[in-house]
Each structure stands twice: as C-alpha cells, then as structure tokens.
Design a protein around this ligand. Structure first.
Ligand code: SAH
Length: 352
C-alpha cells in the first residue's frame, strides 16, 4: 500500500538515486511473474479514419491534412501471415474509430483471423463501443482489448477531448470489457497539456481500482496539425517513473515499452524495460501506410519492414540483458513463478 504522499514523492522526485531505487524496486516486483522475459506483439494499424476529435491526436477527425487509409480484409490477413511467419503469437489490431468498421465487419475480421490462427491472441484497440459490440467481438474470437483511459482526472479529460467524449463513458467501456472476459489494457499519456502530478496520482489510483491486465504508458508528443502542436512533449524520466509505479502497483501486469518512449529517446524503450516494462510491440503494418498512422510527429520505425523491426528489437533487448519471448504471453492470472515451482514439486513429489 502506497500513500498518496509516497506516490506523489516518486512522481515529483528529481533525485537520481531515488529514481534508480524506484526502477530497481519495479524490476524486483516484475521478477517473480515474468523474470527477464520480454513479450512480442505484432501491431497492425489497420485504419487511420476516426470520428473522434481528441485534441492531442494526429488522426483526429478535424485534421484535414492527414491522408486517410484503411486496409482491406485481405491486406490485414497478409499482415497476419507475415507476422505469423516471423513467430508472432499476438496480433494487435489498432485503429481510429472508423465508422466503416461496423460491428459486423469487425466480427468478420476477427473471425477470419481466429479461423486461420486458432491459438494466437487477438487484441483489439478500436476505441469505444457498446457492451453488445464488445460481446460480439469476444464471441468472434478476440481475447484482449487496449483502451487507454488517457487521464483519470475528469477536468483534465475535458481539456483533452471535445464535449462529446467523457471519462465516465471511457471507464464504463473498460469495466464492460473486463466483465466480458477480455484481458484489458488501460493507460495514459504523460505530459499532456494541463496535466499535474495530482492527475498522475489519480491515474495510478484508477489502475488500482480497475486492475487491468495491461497498462500502456507513453509520453505525449505533439503532432503538428493538432491544437496541441506547440505544446511541449512529455519528459522521458517522468514517463519511466510512471511505468515503474504502475509495475509496483500491478506486479503481474503486461506493460509495454511504448513506441512513443522510443521516439523521445533512442534508448527510451530499453530504459522502460529497466523500469519494469515487459512487452514490445513491433509494427506489422504495411510499409506503405506506416507514415500515415501519425498519432504524433517523428514516430520511429516507419521505414522498416516487419522483419527488420523484429530483428532490431530482439538485438536491443538482448544487449540489455533481457530475453525476447515470442509466446502468447498472457496475463499471469495464477501464481508467481516461485509458487508454481513449489507447486510443481508438491504435485510431482520430487524436485525433478
Ligand atoms: N482509437 C483507439 C486507438 C487510439 S491510438 C482508442 O481510442 O483507443 C492509441 C493511443 O495513442 C491513444 O490511446 C493515445 O494514448 C496515444 N496517442 C494519441 N496521440 C498521441 C500523441 N500526440 N502523443 C502520444 N501518444 C498519443
């Protein structure tokens, strides 16, 4: 149990030794569940059409300068085929809230992937839908859902989104998803305009309440065609501290070293692993559309082929002492590795 004062101290600290101690504690909290393994997820950014107008996001509806694209079912299946050949066991389908993708089309897409890859994890990240829609996608074979809450402070949420959107609705979606049986990912950006340390504290408290299986945390990075074009980007170390705090509060969570962290610093993702993260999400989207999924400026890896992305990340991870793991990497629902080990001995009646 961490008091508000203790969490705020870690959020605000400028002290290098205190920060390093926090990262070490986060690594220790991760160890019993995941060791030094880092799970790979193949990200497919399949549409950049969006009906929403989030002030920070480069693919917001109001941005007339973005060239819109939408992958066909065949193209998405091609990405899955390429990803599967590279060893990926999780496909993450992310996109804007594209009205073309009706419930029927999403269910058809999920069903087509499920039919071809019965043992893979299918993760959706397509924004807010009704509980009935989420249920239909789950029935079609989706297992996981990423929906960052973005900020858990009501007033702050209102300054990042138009009136048509609400934090209450976002939270409702997250609880619905959990109840349906998805492994759920929440999360937030660090350094968005008007964010205070108290907002970040609320983000942590919300994570404690929701108990998500995954937590995506990345720095805010301005995008030049948005209302926040000239706002400063989120700080690297503050973002890393938030990753570490999320790990301490949710030791079993799957926490990605986000692409946004790799964008603000060349070794940002590796530093996130050292601060408690344990997932990376290389891009499987076709090279031709990578640049168009421009949530923020200067996004990394937009010129690489999927295979290059995987190789490059694998090398980087190994060089920092971590072990790349291509398994599905589900949430550690059960016990820690240590408990499993002793449980194994108990069942077998011997150490062998
Ligand atoms: N439409 C989906 C996917 C959103 S894009 C949804 O609503 O969940 C995925 C994430 O990118 C967002 O949740 C947001 O946290 C992040 N993002 C968007 N714009 C960003 C920016 N300018 N800087 C950093 N991260 C950003």
């Amino acid at each position: 149990m961490y008091s508000d004062a203790a969490l705020l101290q870690y959020i605000a600290t400028e002290d290098a030794a205190e920060t390093e101690a926090l990262f070490a504690a986060a690594r220790e909290a991760r160890a019993p569940y995941y060791g030094n393994e880092v799970y790979f997820r193949g990200l497919i950014e399949f549409t950049n059409y969006c009906r929403n107008d989030c002030y920070y996001c480069g693919i917001r509806a109001g941005n007339r300068r973005v060239e819109r694209y939408r992958l066909s079912l065949g193209e998405i299946l091609d990405c899955c085929r390429a990803g599967d050949a590279l060893g990926f066991k999780t496909f993450v389908l992310q996109g804007g809230e594209d009205p073309y993708f009706t419930d029927e089309r999403v269910a058809e897409l999920v069903g087509a992937i499920r039919e071809r890859y019965p043992d893979h994890a299918i993760t959706l990240s397509i924004g807010e839908r009704s509980r009935g829609s989420y249920e239909a996608f789950f029935r079609a074979g989706a297992n996981r859902y990423l929906l960052r809450h973005e900020t858990a402070n009501e007033a702050h949420y209102g300054r990042l989104h138009p009136d048509a959107m609400s934090l209450a609705k976002r939270k409702r979606c997250l609880f619905d998803l959990k109840e349906i049986g998805y492994q759920v990912g929440a999360g937030f950006m660090v350094g968005t305009p008007f964010q205070t340390p108290e907002c970040l504290l609320e983000d942590l408290r919300f994570l404690e309440t929701l108990q998500p299986h995954m937590v995506g945390i990345g720095p805010f990075i301005p995008q030049s065609d948005t209302p926040f074009a000239s706002a400063p980007q989120g700080a690297l170390t503050l973002t890393l501290r938030m990753v570490a705090l999320a790990r301490l509060l949710l030791p079993r969570a799957l926490i990605p070293a986000t692409t946004a962290l790799g964008t603000v610093a060349p070794d940002g993702r590796e530093k996130a692993l050292l601060a408690g993260a344990n997932v990376v999400m290389p891009n499987l989207s076709p090279k031709a559309v990578r640049k168009l999924y421009a949530l923020y400026d200067n996004k990394i890896c937009t010129g690489d082929e999927a295979a290059e992305c995987r190789q490059c990340l694998e090398g980087r991870i190994r060089s920092f002492g971590f072990a790349p793991n291509m398994a599905r990497g589900d949430f550690a629902f059960g016990s820690s590795r240590t408990t499993e080990f002793f449980e194994g001995i108990r069942q077998r009646g011997s150490c062998l």
